[in-house]
Design a binder for this molecule. Structure first.
Ligand code: SF4
Ligand code: SF4
Length: 345
């Protein structure tokens, strides 16, 4: 572990050097305060200040569509497992999205391990970027304790004016910085400037909901029959946008795409959503979560209760994407506040 600095006037050179060896994905502005992770070749293309991208960088670890089997039954049972991945540098990942990647790492490393996911993950170098400012009213990274870096990256960049302070966190990160002649050792003055930024952030990044982190599972347990769920269910359109944009939602469906010869085809994995009506339907037509209210309640329990019980970890990073994207204006922080009001009334 070590600390370096990169002067801002060398940033373009740094990205250019990396781009000669790796595909680089980074946040890019699409106008109207919206951003996406996409391939870049120069530092000028990168948005160093951005609110969470429309889709999180989860898309590089768990693509929306993925072929993992091709088959041909013309002569017997011929099947080829497909592990399709591309090495890349993921630059500019905020702390909330690093937490999201950590969460899905746990799920896909659980037994049975998901080798496609793990192969892809092993080829991605993560370079984080600190948020110096608070994103917007939808974020709850402070409540979720995700506004400061807490591992899960190879390198982590903090913008301190005319230079970046860099935490080298892994062997892989060290190999990258050792191979590029653009860094300088950090000094005590740099360390103090980093401390000043973090102190200022502690003042600005306040718990936005007023519910203590450790009390959220208990809040849900006490409000599982609350009328708030009916209210949310009446508004919800079941579009699934909230889960599609979530950095920790990992549910998928598996489909066989059979060719017209009925002998060849491929097996595909694609994102699914617990907000779809058919998601919890089983043989015989039973549906465990037919009502939208039940599906919304499930989403919240999956973020703040079930995953804490199973993995000792919240599966909400506080990125705010679900609220930012919801056409029905169902806001995660408002829902939690209403639930809290119920038990304090
Ligand atoms: S984005 Fe909003 S309307 Fe769509 S499923 Fe989610 S909560 Fe319901
Ligand atoms: S539930 Fe909403 S705020 Fe939490 S991680 Fe998912 S998209 Fe972000």
């Amino acid at each position: 572990m070590k600390y370096l600095i990169l002067k801002k006037d060398r940033f373009n050179h740094f990205i250019g050097l990396i781009a000669k060896r790796h595909t680089i994905m980074a946040p890019v502005s699409k106008g109207y305060n919206s951003y996406v992770f996409q391939q870049v070749t120069s530092g000028d293309e990168i948005a160093l200040k951005y609110i969470p991208t429309i889709i999180p960088p989860k898309k590089y670890f768990m693509p929306q569509f993925e072929t993992f089997l091709e088959y041909d039954k013309t002569w017997g049972e011929n099947m080829n497992a497909i592990v399709d991945y591309e090495g890349m540098v993921l630059f500019g990942v905020h702390t909330c999205d690093i937490e999201g990647i950590q969460a899905i790492n746990i799920v896909f490393s659980d037994r049975p391990k998901d080798f496609n996911y793990l192969a892809r993950k092993s080829k991605i170098i993560i370079m984080g970027l600190e948020c110096n400012e608070y994103c917007d009213e939808f974020a709850s990274c402070s409540m979720m304790h995700n506004c400061l870096p807490d591992g899960g990256y190879d390198l982590f960049f903090t913008d301190l004016g005319d230079y970046f302070y860099i935490h080298v966190n892994t062997q892989l990160g060290d190999e990258v910085v050792e191979s590029l002649p653009v860094f300088e050792d950090a000094t005590g003055k740099n360390y103090i400037e980093l401390g000043n930024l973090r102190s200022r952030k502690r003042e600005v990044f306040k718990n936005e909901v007023g519910i203590e982190y450790q009390n959220i599972p208990e809040l849900l347990r006490k409000t599982k029959d609350s009328p708030v769920w009916e209210e949310v269910g009446r508004k919800c359109l079941s579009c699934g946008n909230c889960t599609n944009v979530c950095p920790t939602c990992f549910c998928f469906n598996i489909l066989d795409d059979v060719n017209l010869d009925l002998k060849t085809g491929r097996r595909i994995r694609m994102w699914d959503s617990c907000q779809n009506e058919a998601f919890a339907m089983v043989a015989g037509g039973e549906n465990f979560r037919k009502e939208r209210s039940a599906r919304q309640k499930h989403r919240f329990f999956k973020k703040f209760k079930y995953t804490v019980d199973r993995y000792a970890r919240y599966f909400c990073t506080g990125c705010g994407r679900c609220s930012r994207t919801c056409m029905a204006q169902i806001y995660l922080k408002d829902t939690l506040k209403k639930l809290k009001e119920e038990i304090t009334r």
